[in-house]
Design a protein around this ligand. Structure first.
Ligand SMILES: Nc1ncnc2c1ncn2[C@@H]1O[C@H](COP(=O)(O)OP(=O)(O)OP(=O)(O)O)[C@@H](O)[C@H]1O
Ligand SMILES: [Mg+2]
Length: 459
């Protein structure tokens, strides 16, 4: 239905325009041709009349008159010569009613007539067109040469011209309609392909491949739709993977809980072991609930249903309070924690959310560092942007994992992370929060040497 509509619409508009252009140009051409042709007729008639009167001015005896009559009878124009009273001196053909009517019409007998004058120009309705030229004798008008030409010839000529123009117009029109048909199809084809692609997208089929886009607006649109389809496809895959990972994450602790609950239920178990198993059950269920809490946080971040309440804070004071909170854990593991931040940097952030960011990064540094080494937290302000760096000398991240560490549930070493209690959600949350602050987070890492996270926020 759509196919029909758009191509027909385009085709009709084109045809209408072409039709208008053709009508205007053909009318113009027709008028000009007719005008030129008629003028030629009048000019030739006048010229002949003038030449006859020229002859009669030199010699107007009966010999010259009969010669002129003879010439008229042999040509397509009639000649009538009268004297000043209207008496016919010679006529080349029989005088019919139409000629008589013209001869009877009074003419202004001025000297101007010596150059000839058109006295009947209505070639459409009258039977003759006519001119008159006066000739002089001894400085006085002594007679008139009338020239008549039958309009049948002109009319025949014009009607033939009309026929030709009509045939030419029809031929041009048909050719153009033929091209418009293909042109409108060619123009609307990409639109229809795109429309079908979006229809497929709307019913959840993202396997859309559009033809190579052309270098114009339609091409851009096609490229956008292709990009959209690819993105949706990627999101669909990511969502599936995400759901698979979550169900996996949930299955492991639940299996533990189930298994240990079974054992703890045994009657002959001594009390110490039972308490130990119950502790494991509690630990695992806490793990599940913290996983759910983090997932819930992420969902809120994703849907933008959280608000960032920015306020101006002194960066040094802010980092120091976090530093003091995590220091005991670092000391406990034997890792040095160093703070380096000038005391005069002010920054607009949501302190509660941003605390979450730094705690996550510092938690990672602690988790993924061995017992030696130093972790540095650094704050600087340069070129209108504040940079906060957390740099450790821990185990580092292999370069092939680096692009994925901000993905949800992504962990470099699954077994180790499990031992350290991570879900692979921390950095995903950090990334979302930094983006929500209008900043960005970058990471550099060398496997076995250490990792450096840098947050950049424009101020
Ligand atoms: N400082 C770091 N040094 C080495 N590896 C790191 C560091 N920070 C993150 N990683 C790696 O990136 C992965 C993702 O980190 P992320 O903080 O998102 O998850 P997690 O720490 O495993 O779990 P969660 O933070 O959800 O408790 C980690 O599993 C770890 O392999
Ligand atoms: Mg983490």
């Amino acid at each position: 239905m759509f196919t029909l509509k758009i191509s027909i619409k385009v085709g009709l508009w084109f045809s209408l325009c072409i039709l208008l252009i053709e009508i205007v140009s053909m009318t113009f051409l027709h008028r000009n041709l007719v005008h030129t042709r008629i003028h030629q007729e009048f000019d030739s008639l006048l010229a002949r009349g003038n030449s006859h009167s020229g002859v009669l001015e030199i010699n107007s005896d009966s010999h010259s008159l009969s010669h002129i009559g003879l010439m008229g009878s042999q040509s397509d124009a009639h000649v009538v010569v009268t004297d000043t009273t209207g008496e016919i001196l010679i006529t080349s053909n029989k005088i019919d009613r139409s000629i008589k009517d013209i001869l009877d019409k009074p003419i202004s007998k001025s000297n101007l007539l010596r150059n000839g004058k058109i006295i009947q120009d209505d070639w459409k309705n009258e039977q003759y067109i006519a001119t008159v030229t006066a000739f002089n004798k001894n400085g006085k008008i002594s007679g008139y040469v009338y020239m008549f030409k039958n309009t049948d010839d002109v009319q025949k000529l014009i009607s033939q011209l009309n026929k030709h123009i009509f045939i030419a117009s029809i031929l041009i029109l048909l050719t153009i309609l033929f091209f418009i048909f293909f042109l409108s199809k060619a123009l609307t084809k990409p639109l229809i392909t795109m429309k079908e692609a979006t229809k497929k997208l709307s019913i959840g089929d993202f396997s859309v491949t559009l033809p190579k886009p052309s270098n114009d607006e339609l091409g851009e649109l096609s490229l956008s739709i292709q990009t959209l389809a690819n993105d949706l496809n990627y999101l669909k895959q990511e969502r599936n993977e995400f759901l698979a990972s979550i169900s996996h994450e949930l299955r492991t602790p639940l299996t533990y809980i189930n298994g240990y609950a079974d054992i703890a239920r045994r009657k002959n178990l001594d009390e110490k072991d039972r308490v130990q198993y119950l502790d494991i059950i509690q630990e695992e269920s806490q793990r599940v609930s913290s996983l759910l809490k983090e997932l819930f946080d992420l969902t809120k971040l994703d849907q933008n249903t959280f608000s960032i309440n920015k306020e101006q804070v002194n960066l040094n004071n802010f980092i120091r309070s976090i530093y003091e909170r995590v220091l005991p854990a670092y000391k406990n593991k034997g890792i040095q924690l160093v703070l380096d931040c000038p005391s005069n940097i002010l920054i607009d952030i949501d302190p509660i959310r941003f605390e979450q960011v730094l705690i996550n990064l510092l938690d990672n540094s602690l988790k993924y560092s061995n017992e030696t080494g130093t972790t540095l937290i650094k704050g600087v302000k340069q070129n209108g942007e504040v940079q906060i760096t957390v740099k450790d000398q821990g185990i580092g991240i292999p370069s092939e994992d680096l692009p994925h560490i901000f993905d949800r549930l992504y962990r470099v070493d699954k077994s180790r992370s499990r031992a350290t209690g991570g879900f692979g959600l921390g950095l995903a949350i950090v990334n979302q929060l930094v983006v929500a602050h209008g900043g960005e987070i970058k990471v550099k890492s060398q496997f076995g040497k250490g990792t450096c996270f840098t947050i950049v926020i424009n101020q």
